[in-house]
Design a protein around this ligand. Structure first.
Ligand code: 5GP
Length: 206
């Protein structure tokens, strides 16, 4: 293992683009990535589990976490809070693990301020019509929430410039394959391994 610190990968993009599905496909393949489970104040959806999909918090509990600076980033999104626990991410990176966040765009931009060396991947919808279909077909949102989420999606697409990579999600397995390629590519970057090969050059016993 040449790299010492892990790399922070941030998958972001509009709600309904399929971030969760792509992330699950990726994690079914790549066991070396550590997924950071987020905190949220939104109600649990059918089929979700505490500590697996999210840590579910009340608004008061969440606001306390903000005050304690326990969150690496957080965002208020369609009337709920979402945030990334700071400690887990920092510990995993320090221990040499790659960490993967799947978060919305405002949060991704905050992470970028603190971790400019992170790798920011924007998952792009094949079209806005496809995005609307996905939000509607998921059937978990009331109609006004669907409209809010679509409005939000347009604003988010406008923020794509801050990202390093764009992956179009027309097929989940192909999108996951592209993200795996990005992860491999990032581990081969000269700047990330420079300290290690300099040590080899300085070693007089070789
Ligand atoms: P959902 O309610 O559909 O699970 O998530 C709504 C949005 O919040 C999605 O775009 C999801 O990626 C994002 N999200 C999930 N966890 C976090 C987080 O910890 N921080 C931020 N900023 N967004 C999150």
């Amino acid at each position: 293992m040449i790299d010492q610190r892990g790399i922070l990968f941030v998958l972001s993009g509009p709600s309904g683009v399929g971030k969760g599905t792509v992330r699950k496909e990726l994690f079914s393949r790549d066991t070396n990535l550590k997924y950071s489970i987020s905190m949220t104040t939104r109600p649990m959806r059918p089929g979700e589990e505490e500590g697996k999909d999210y840590f579910y918090k009340s608004k008061d509990e969440f606001e306390q976490l903000i005050e304690q600076n326990a969150l690496l980033e957080y965002a208020q999104y369609v009337d709920n809070y979402y945030g990334t626990p700071r400690k887990y991410v920092e510990q995993m990176l320090a221990n040499g693990h790659d960490v993967f966040l799947e978060i919305e765009v405002q949060g991704a931009l905050q992470v970028k301020e603190n971790f400019p060396e992170g790798v920011f991947i924007f998952l792009f919808p094949p079209s806005l019509a496809a995005l609307k279909d996905r939000i509607v077909n998921r059937g978990t949102e009331a109609e006004d929430l669907v409209l809010n989420r679509l409005k939000e999606a347009k604003k988010e697409i406008d923020m794509m410039d801050a990202y390093d990579y764009v992956v179009v999600n027309d097929q989940v397995d192909q999108a996951a394959t592209k993200i795996q390629a990005i992860i491999q590519g990032e581990h081969c970057r000269r700047a990330r391994i420079a300290n290690q090969y300099k040590k080899i050059l300085e070693d007089d016993t070789l």
